[in-house]
Design a protein around this ligand. Structure first.
Ligand code: 44T
Length: 864
């Protein structure tokens, strides 16, 4: 072993040299001492510099000093963060990683900073690296799961699992290449699949571009794994930035792309194709090029599309986009003014607005009722650049649709047929069994107007900012035109609410008059997220808070009176305005919440709201006024304090909070992050514990308890959304192992009520979070569930029963809930038989739930 002895000698030499350098040794030991002293004095910046010096001069101390170095780094960078010295912060991490390039804790922590600063791709890279270094590192795993959804959206799995779609694209590409289109560009390549199809079909040159860094890197890995790295050139860029000959040597004869979303144009296919026709594609096979070879002309797959629309009624859509109630809890909300969801095709486009949202109509809770037949909204030829360019300037098209069923107009739904070539097409329609959702254009202002079969609905179709826009503008009934697109402000105009279902001509005229006396159509409105709108419409939720708060307040008053009686103090009259009688309530819900106002409307309560947006604060103030809540009894907490820690501290110290309301469950179906974990790095306790410390004697946190429920199910749908399924290669390519690295075990935003699945057990209690007991140990729980029928256990959907107090609870699974559900998808499906006892290990780490399952066979069962 000649090399070993050489290494030994070399090692000995360097060691001897080090030991022989007394000045250096002196510097190292005094710096190490200073570092420790500074650390003790909490002078982290200086400690960090000393450690850097020590470890650079004497790397042998690395193992010894690793823990203290990490601690110093985290403390110092926290300080830098708090004063906004972001560049310095990242410099420190760079220096730390030079010393410890494979330290998963430092990598993970740097990832967290990057994520907070909005560098998601870079953050993900750090989490991924940390996880590769230590696969059982829970912090890095959770962080990675959190970013994986952003980096590789879940629909990639659905699309790759949609064999029909894959095959049709492959056949169309193969036909085009074999007919002579031998230079190909795949725009928005994703995993590289369409580019690889072109190569496999025999294309001489294949280029691909992808704007997402993660997807680009994934495509490179996949293409290499399939032995095509030399033959497909992948570019990390948006197609609009590509140039000939800088990025590709010459124009191509075929562009393949699937850069379409549920509303067809949302991924920018119109601009991409206009740009491609001008800069990247050979001239089209038309006019003087009609008899040219396919290799000398350009074409696009898909060749074009037909867009369909349909009007529908759906309570589920309605409650997410319009206010459907006039009372919330004990409050009248008539004075709220116009509240809107951010999904609107309004004539004044606004960056905060989306023209449509998406739903899979076949899975819409409560279903939907079609009010018209499907109609053709648009036909577009992707091989005609003039047509693409003319789209934005095209006149607004008006379509008259006969109403086929009676119902309230809640939305226009849109889907399309993608014509891959003359013979083959894909449909994203609601009846098809595909991976596609439909685009939903919600209707905001019908005020209960009911469409009837003899009516005609007037719909406008236009294309502005390269988005397809659909708007139902009027109803034609008995020769009258009733406008639907004007905003109403019935409070201000003083008009009565129009009869929602006018039958006689007189009623119709009065409805018309009401609808048309809108004096102020551009009056401003307050925007609420769809989930906030659904929450406002959820009367059960507010009623539960109303009752629980009233109960608490009366208990506290009795207690207070008893105390006063005991101490001989004369209690004042109950309606005294003395502020010392006031109970203090804090609502720390995120987003728009009426809970503070509900509390304040109890009288003798001063409530603090966490609503941040000025317009939303104005709505609350308006509602306070109209519900006779004194102005000084409603305050906006975040107007007073900037820092997160101060959030729960009361302004006047002598009194403690009587109630603190936390919204513990996020709309997506997960426990709110930070609820059970440290409120911030500086603070070593949980938000709940913090809140508990601030309660007065007898005061309460709402909710007091959360019970997590779950169920064993067999659901192929969930599997299709979580990973590329099956052992078979996708179209003959090896893709699954690469994209499946981005599989996450917890699915969010589920509708359990419409999820296609087989129930394999009854619902079972998985976990209890007692928020009033800060000492409870939440980490692990073992639960045994008996299977009620045989099947393949693939997932465990879960939801919450939120107990405001002992008796009053709300369920996140209820029909009018603004919450969705989540599910743990098992890594390996488990075959279960009826009556098998399935053993679940449920873990709650920070706020994240994980579940593993195995079958616990009793000896008796084994014999069966
Ligand atoms: N999702 C549909 C939309 N790109 C598909 O970065 C259907 C949603 C969907 N790259 C449920 C089900 C479904 N130049 O990776 C993306 C994107 C990239 C570009 C370079 C460009 N000009 C673009 C434009 C987009 O293309 C990839 C595919 S976009 C497909 C969108 C399954 N929820």
């Amino acid at each position: 072993m000649p090399n070993a002895s050489a290494r030994l000698k070399h090692g000995r030499r360097t060691r001897r040299r080090r030991r022989e350098d007394p000045a250096r040794n002196e510097l190292v030991s005094s710096s190490l001492e200073s570092a420790q002293q500074c650390l003790f004095n909490q002078d982290y910046g200086t400690a960090f510099v000393h450690y850097l010096l020590v470890l650079n001069l004497a790397p042998m101390f690395k193992d010894f000093a690793r823990e203290s170095f990490r601690f110093t780094l985290f403390k110092w960078t926290e300080e830098l963060d708090s004063v906004g010295r972001i560049q310095d912060l990242f410099d420190c991490y760079e220096q730390a990683l030079e010393l410890f390039p494979a330290d998963e804790v430092i990598l993970n922590s740097m990832g967290e900073h990057l994520f907070r600063m909005g560098f998601r791709d870079e953050a993900a890279g750090h989490f991924h690296k940390a996880l590769k270094l230590r696969p059982d590192y829970p912090e890095a795993r959770e962080n990675f799961y959190r970013v994986a959804n952003w980096l590789v959206e879940r629909w990639h799995f659905l699309m790759l699992n949609d064999h029909g779609r894959n095959r049709k694209y492959q056949q169309a590409i193969q036909k085009a290449v074999q007919s002579g289109c031998n230079t190909v560009l795949d725009i928005g390549t994703g995993t590289g699949i369409l580019g690889m199809c072109a190569k496999k079909a025999g294309a001489a040159e294949v280029y691909a571009c992808e704007l997402s860094k993660t997807m680009y890197e994934l495509a490179c890995e996949v293409v290499t794994a399939n032995g095509m790295d030399g033959s497909i050139k992948i570019l990390h860029m948006k197609s609009l930035e590509m140039e000939v000959p800088k990025d590709i040597p010459h124009r191509v004869s075929l562009v393949v792309t699937e850069t379409v979303d549920a509303g067809l144009f949302g991924e920018g296919i119109i601009e991409s194709l206009i740009h491609a026709w001008h800069h990247l594609l050979l001239p089209p096979q038309r006019g003087e090029n009609e008899f040219q070879e396919p290799s000398a002309t350009g074409r696009v797959i898909p060749a074009g599309a037909t867009v369909f629309g349909m009007a529908l009624e759906s309570l589920e859509i309605r409650r997410h986009h319009r206010l459907c109630v006039s009372e919330v809890g004990s409050l009248s909300i008539a004075a709220a003014g116009e509240l809107r969801s951010p999904v609107s095709c309004s004539p004044e486009p606004d960056d905060s607005m989306e023209p449509y949202t998406t739903e899979r109509l076949s899975r819409l809770p409560g279903g939907y009722k079609p009010l018209t037949e499907p109609f053709t909204a648009l036909n577009i030829d992707f091989n005609n650049v003039q047509e693409l360019e003319g789209l934005s300037s095209r006149e607004v098209q008006q379509i008259r649709l006969p109403v086929t069923q009676e119902g309230e107009l809640d939305a226009l739904a849109v889907w399309f047929q993608l014509h891959l070539d003359e013979e083959s097409s894909l449909s994203t329609g609601p009846q098809e069994d595909t991976c596609w959702e439909q685009a939903i254009y919600p209707v905001h202002s019908t005020n209960g107007f009911v469409l009837k079969p003899q009516d005609e609905l007037l719909v406008e179709v236009s294309c502005r900012d390269a988005f397809l826009r659909l708007c139902s503008v009027a109803v034609l009934r008995d020769g009258h035109e009733i406008r639907l697109d004007k905003r109403l402000d019935l409070q201000d105009s003083g008009n009565p609410i129009p009869n929602p279902n006018p039958n006689t001509e007189a009623e119709l005229c009065s409805a018309l008059a009401c609808l048309q006396t809108d004096q102020n159509p551009t009056k401003d409105f307050c925007m609420l997220e769809c989930s906030e709108m659904a929450l406002l419409n959820n009367n059960d939720y507010h009623q539960s808070f109303c009752s629980a708060l009233a109960k608490l307040f009366s208990q506290l008053k009795v207690k207070c009176q008893n105390k006063e009686r005991g101490s001989g103090v004369q209690s004042g009259p109950t309606d005294s305005a003395d502020s010392s009688d006031l109970l203090y309530v804090l609502d720390v819900s995120e987003g728009f919440s009426l809970l503070s106002l509900i509390a304040a409307s109890n009288g003798h309560v001063k409530a603090y709201s966490s609503v941040e947006k000025t317009k939303q604060q104005e709505v609350l103030k308006r509602l306070a006024r109209s519900n006779n809540v004194p102005e000084q009894h409603l305050e906006f907490w975040l107007n007073h304090t900037e820092d997160e820690q101060g959030m729960l501290k009361r302004p006047s110290r002598e009194k403690l909070w009587s109630a603190i309301m936390l919204d513990c469950v996020e709309t997506c179906g997960l426990i709110r992050q930070k609820l059970m974990e440290k409120a911030s790095l500086k603070c070593s306790i949980t938000l709940v514990y913090f809140a508990l410390c601030l309660l007065e004697d007898g005061g309460q946190i709402f909710p007091a308890k959360i019970v997590v429920h779950g169920m064993l199910v067999e659901s192929d749908t969930l599997l299709l959304e979580s990973a590329v399924q099956g052992q078979e290669p996708t179209l003959g390519f090896n893709i699954a192992p690469f994209i499946n690295q981005f599989t996450v075990p917890v699915h969010v935003f589920l509708d359990f009520s419409t999820l296609e699945c087989r129930h394999l057990s009854d619902s079972v209690e998985l976990f209890v979070l007692d928020l009033m007991d800060s000492t409870a140990n939440y980490t692990n729980r073992e639960v045994t569930v008996q299977a009620t029928s045989a099947g393949r256990l693939t997932a465990i959907p879960f939801w919450y029963h939120i107990y405001l107090d002992q008796e009053i609870s709300v369920s996140t699974l209820s029909q009018n809930s603004h919450w969705k559900q989540a599910a743990v998808v098992l890594q390996q499906p488990l075959e279960v038989r009826a009556r098998d006892r399935v053993h679940l290990a449920v873990k709650l780490h920070k706020s994240a739930i994980s579940i593993s399952a195995h079958i616990q066979n009793t000896p008796g069962q084994m014999e069966q």
